[in-house]
Write a protein that binds this ligand. Structure first.
Ligand code: SF4
Length: 309
């Protein structure tokens, strides 16, 4: 019997996890700590992943011209109007947030220790920006927080797709980072993208099957957003590769959820991007209706997360 749910969900949502654990609204505050990325500064590459926006896939994070405290206060003020008693998880979203010296990591993360109503950190990074020294620091850091997550982009486990996307890491690199974090009891959230160019359903199910063999605790299942100011945008204009439609995405996600262990937390389904930059698919803006369709399909077909795990 699937136990991680309320209000008709057949999968383990982050909302369910946080509400049952804290009996309180918990909001994420996305910040931009002005890191860069080895796939942009020349260490691994200069162009970056072909889908990456100028903001390092952190389009909704705070303004990097402001210091972190100012970003935090401004976003918190807006959120507290809607949810006055909320607790907060600080989300270091843009670029690769462990790509720097231990001193830089300390200056970035430690001001949030013991900050009123801050219960956690969520740190997005690349698998090749995780090593023994960083994990040892993160292990100490996490003792100061109730929630602590490291978010790792994988996108796809298919080698040819990883090359096409210009990720400049391999599935093995990703796996090694997951195992290193797991050894230190640090929770991992994996990011994947559905609807990548020239992938079929089998490829996308295989990615989930490979991930589900690893000790991960959370996942974000994004839908590909083709943005106008990216290499992917140019590729789309030239090659017109197939884009998933809404029903194809819904059916795919439902299948993918069945291959995930039932306690893996689904942090997100879908994706947000700047609507002014979005070329395709335009249906991704209907976030609520997509989630409703997923709920409806799982309910109608009596499908639960983990059914095929
Ligand atoms: S790893 Fe992240 S920040 Fe770096 S290029 Fe890729 S998407 Fe952009």
């Amino acid at each position: 019997m699937f136990e991680y749910r309320f209000t008709g969900k057949h999968y383990h949502t982050l909302d369910y996890y946080l509400k049952t654990k804290y009996q309180n609204k918990v909001c994420k505050i996305p910040l931009n700590a002005s890191f860069t990325c080895p796939n942009r500064d020349g260490t691994k590459g200069v162009g970056g992943c072909i889908f990456c926006s100028n903001q390092g896939s952190g389009d909704f994070a705070g303004n990097p011209k402001d210091d972190l405290d100012k970003q935090y206060q401004e976003i918190k003020t807006i959120m507290s109007k809607k949810w006055p008693n909320s607790k907060y998880i600080i989300y270091f979203q843009a670029f690769s947030n462990t790509y720097g010296s231990i001193d830089k990591l300390k200056q970035t993360f430690e001001p949030f220790i013991n900050k009123e109503n801050v219960i956690g950190l969520s740190i997005a990074t690349r698998c090749d920006c995780i090593n023994e020294e960083i994990v040892s620091y993160l292990k100490k850091l996490q003792t100061h927080f109730k929630e602590f997550w490291v978010e790792l982009g994988l996108q796809s486990a298919k080698t040819s797709t990883m090359k096409l996307l210009n990720l400049k890491y391999t599935f093995n690199d990703f796996k090694n980072a997951v195992l290193l974090l797991n050894k230190a009891s640090i929770n991992v959230v994996v990011h994947i993208i559905d609807g990548l160019p020239y992938e079929n359903e089998l490829d996308q199910i295989n990615t989930i099957k490979k991930i589900s063999k690893l000790p991960i605790q959370g996942i974000k299942i994004h839908i590909l957003n083709v943005l106008g100011n990216t290499k992917l945008g140019m590729m789309y204009q030239n090659e017109h590769f197939k884009i998933l439609d809404e029903d194809e995405f819904v059916n795919l996600v439902v299948k993918q959820l069945t291959y995930l262990k039932d306690d893996v937390i689904i942090h997100r389904i879908g994706a947000d991007s700047n609507p002014l930059d979005l070329i395709a698919p335009l249906w991704v803006r209907k976030k609520i209706s997509i989630l409703d369709k997923i709920d409806l399909k799982m309910a109608n077909d009596d499908i639960y997360q983990g059914d095929n795990y």
